[in-house]
Write a protein that binds this ligand. Structure first.
Ligand SMILES: [Zn+2]
Length: 284
């Protein structure tokens, strides 16, 4: 919301997430804003009033990211059979489609297709993280392209992409919550079909692939409000308190796994991979 203060000065206030049920009920953050009808040569003063994280990356507006994006466009190479199939993962609470893209080389035999491993990529569970859509769009653009590496990836893997896990939150203009006012990224272990349908069905997909022993990698793309550059969080199954030596070992293994996953994501997002990294990518 913009409030005219005087002359060319405005206070800008963010709305809290709709139905926010978090502890402080003030989930909000700046990721993007735009100005319309500004006059050239005129100085405007915009006061960003209610930061919830004053020290975060986006607090000083270093990032001017694309506006909310509910679509994911495709540019297919001409004259070739489509390597992508769009299907419905589920409907959201408001009846929005939660789409899933399946990308692979469908020209392979049924036997070969049934032996391929899967890479599952999800994004935008936090609706305010528009940068996650930017990465997901880059992944889709690259994977359906005629780049030789993309073609090899399609012959090696089946990619399942859910570019937007929280369409309702995006439509509502929320920063972090779903329409039910919950952080869907905290519901993976307790997803309820009626309340968290996108997480429920995405988890069912992952569980089916794990049970079949065919899940090679899963990546959930986020933006971060304070961490810089690109980075990865990995899972560390710490069911028993580890010794210091085990912690060091786990840390090294996690770093190696993150580096390997980083090679894949970098290739997907940027659409380029140095030849020297090629074997590492295919080994993931
Ligand atoms: Zn996030």
């Amino acid at each position: 919301m913009a409030v005219h203060v005087r002359g060319n000065e405005y206070d800008l206030l963010m709305s809290n997430d709709l139905n926010d049920r978090s502890a402080n009920s003030n989930t909000t953050q700046w990721f993007h804003f735009a100005v319309w009808n500004a006059q050239p040569g005129v100085t405007y003063k915009l006061n960003l009033v209610n930061f919830s994280k004053p020290a975060s990356l986006f607090g000083d507006l270093q990032q001017q990211l694309a506006s909310l994006m509910l679509h994911c466009s495709l540019r297919l190479p001409p004259g070739q059979p489509s390597p992508v199939v769009r299907s419905l993962l589920c409907y959201t609470l408001t009846g929005q489609r939660c789409d899933m893209l399946t990308i692979t080389d469908f020209a392979a035999s049924a036997t070969e297709l049934s032996s391929r491993e899967y890479v599952v990529i999800t994004a935008r569970v936090h609706p305010g993280e528009t940068c996650a859509s930017w990465i997901a769009q880059g992944a889709v653009d690259f994977l359906v392209s005629d780049d030789p590496l993309a073609q090899r990836l399609r012959r090696c893997f089946v990619f399942k992409l859910v570019p937007m896990l929280n369409p309702d939150g995006v439509v509502a203009g929320n920063y972090r919550s779903s329409l039910a006012g919950v952080d869907l990224n905290r519901c993976w272990d307790k997803a309820i079909q009626q309340l968290h349908p996108t997480i429920f069905h995405a988890r069912k997909l992952l569980e089916a692939l794990v049970d079949a022993g065919r899940l090679a990698l899963t990546i959930d793309i986020h933006g971060h409000s304070s961490a810089l550059d690109a980075f990865f969080y990995g899972c560390e199954p710490l069911l028993v308190k580890p010794t210091a030596a085990e912690r060091r070992e786990t840390k090294a293994a996690a770093a190696a796994a993150a580096a390997a996953a980083g090679s894949v994501l970098t290739a997907l997002a940027v659409g380029r991979l140095a030849e020297s990294d090629d074997q590492q990518l295919l080994a993931v």
